[in-house]
Design a protein around this ligand. Structure first.
Ligand code: T46
Length: 134
């Protein structure tokens, strides 16, 4: 199974400009309980460096770009998020890191659950040992 699953949104824009629509349970393969966005990330700063035990997410750069690295414990892949119409699924138990944020980057994340710090695995060693048990 591919580690990188893309979510493509249709462009409903017209000659006035772009329009993208996100619908939980339809374009996004789960009901959306939480939405957050990361913006104004300082140059040279990377974020993430964790996996989630249960949480499923889809991330889009609605402005600018960043590089997402995903690692399921066996395979490591990277993808550039650089289109408001092209998102990437971040499944549970995938270590992820975000790098190379452009100054105008707004990273929109749609999440299947409310925020719960106990769902995070923030140690790569702990993640590796959990992923080997699966
Ligand atoms: C993820 C990547 C893609 C909250 O209180 N509520 C929230 O909904 C979120 C997302 C974060 N927080 C708190 C937790 C930390 O104390 O905000 C602080 C910064 O979060 P964190 O260092 O986890 O941020 P990133 O940018 O490293 O990771 C974020 C999400 O937290 C994470 O779930 O998958 O973006």
């Amino acid at each position: 199974m591919s580690l990188v699953k893309i979510v493509e949104l249709p462009n409903l824009g017209d000659d006035r400009g772009g329009l993208a629509v996100i619908e939980g349970g339809k374009t996004i393969p789960f009901d959306i309980k939480r939405t957050y966005y990361i913006y104004g990330t300082k140059q040279g700063v990377s974020r993430g460096f964790h996996a989630h035990k249960e949480l499923k997410q889809v991330a889009f750069c609605v402005s600018g770009r960043c590089r997402l690295v995903m690692d399921d414990g066996l395979t490591k892949k990277e993808v550039w998020l650089d289109s408001p119409l092209r998102g990437v699924q971040i499944p549970a138990m995938v270590w992820h890191e975000m790098h190379d944020f452009s100054q105008d980057c707004v990273l929109l994340v749609l999440a299947s659950e409310y925020y719960e710090e106990s769902d995070y695995i923030r140690s790569y060693e702990v993640f590796k040992s959990h992923s080997q048990l699966q």
